[in-house]
Design a protein. Structure first.
Length: 135
């Protein structure tokens, strides 16, 4: 087996693995906002009907849907937009360079979710299991 054929054979599974790891990490951001877990620091209760509250709901429940691979494409597209908005509202005003303004993760998540919106959830997803994913 050549390296190229091995990579071709493994790439769909690596796509699923990328989706699962991204979703697991992203869920943590939502759970920090919604449930203060894992705890960052004590503070006032989150107001659910605010931009941060909406972001927390989208991060947690959108991440959960991505983790399962359910409605991967539309959810990933929405989360990509969420991260673009987060970058331009919270990070870009602090400076141009993402490494300086603290927006590296927002940019990375934005483009990773955009990729998932185009590529789908891969073979290890409920979309594929239920016959909605591209073969």
């Amino acid at each position: 087996m050549t390296t190229a054929s091995f990579c071709y054979k493994c790439s769909p599974h690596l796509l699923s693995l990328l989706r699962i790891i991204l979703a697991f990490l992203f869920i943590q951001h939502g759970s920090q906002k919604l449930f203060n877990f894992p705890a960052i620091k004590p503070g006032p209760a989150l107001e659910l009907f605010s931009l941060v509250g909406l972001a927390g709901v989208l991060e947690f429940f959108g991440g959960l849907l991505l983790l399962l691979g359910l409605s991967t494409r539309p959810v990933a597209f929405i989360l990509s937009g969420l991260m673009a908005v987060a970058y331009f509202m919270a990070h870009a005003p602090k400076g141009f360079w993402p490494s300086v303004n603290g927006g590296e993760l927002a940019v990375l998540y934005c483009f990773a979710f955009l990729y998932l919106a185009a590529a789908g959830g891969g073979p290890w997803s409920l979309d594929r299991f239920m016959g909605k994913g591209r073969k």
